[in-house]
Design a protein around this ligand. Structure first.
Ligand code: GSH
Length: 208
């Protein structure tokens, strides 16, 4: 059994999508980051950076409980545990990992900054808005060029890289990107959005 500590955000939903794709049994523990629950001492034992998502695998390495934080690391952990969505063949594997790292270092943090300046900042900061909405468009351009050549981000097959990118792209209206401006991203997005596991994973945790 996997215990998933999460909230209704893109980083959390990467993991619920992966768990649904793999058909692994899991229990959801909502951590309300709006109420500061990510700072609770018990949660910090699992996730020392006080961020969701985190998991505890009751059947971890050596058959012992094992905690993992950082969504990219969790995706790799679950992919290796199940031998799914991260191919063993080195050239494909490292391509998937490159795009996963691209998401972790760019198409996530930069979009998050755009959301902050557009929606959360206590004052309008035109420089911040321009910097991060420009960067969002640049990143969609990178993704669009990649998806002009391949069906999925990692190549021919759907992988953990797609699962990492999708929940952030699902917030395209938040960072003011029209998917119609990026035809290859739109084709990929619509296909991923229609996957039953993506639909289920995107509904975790249920929003009250
Ligand atoms: N690099 C981390 C980022 C995690 C992250 O930023 N999580 C946000 C929600 S999407 C969070 O927990 N925020 C709580 C806070 O900022 O205190 C990962 O990918 O797991």
């Amino acid at each position: 059994m996997i215990d998933l500590y999460t909230w209704s955000t893109p980083n959390g939903r990467k993991i619920s999508i992966m768990l649904e794709e793999c058909g692994l049994p899991y229990a959801v523990h909502p951590i309300n980051i709006g109420k500061g629950e990510q700072f609770a001492p018990d949660f910090l034992k699992i996730s020392p950076n006080n961020r969701i998502p985190a998991i505890v695998d009751s059947d971890g390495p050596g058959g012992r409980p094992y905690a993992v934080f950082e969504s990219g690391a969790i995706l790799i952990y679950l992919a290796e545990k199940t031998a799914r969505f991260l191919p063993a063949e080195p050239a494909v594997r490292y391509t998937v990992l490159q795009w996963l790292m691209w998401q972790m270092g760019g198409f996530g943090p930069m979009l998050g900054q755009a959301h902050h300046f557009l929606r959360a900042a206590p004052e309008q900061v035109p420089y911040g808005i321009k910097r991060y909405t420009d960067e969002a468009r640049r990143l969609y351009g990178v993704l669009d060029r990649r998806l002009a050549d391949v069906a999925y981000v990692g190549g021919a097959d759907y992988s953990i890289a797609d699962m990492a990118i999708f929940p952030w792209a699902a917030r395209h209206e938040w960072h003011r990107v029209a998917l119609e401006d990026f035809a290859n991203v739109k084709r990929w997005y619509d296909e991923a959005a229609s996957r039953p596991a993506v639909r289920k994973g995107m509904a975790v945790p249920p929003v009250n």
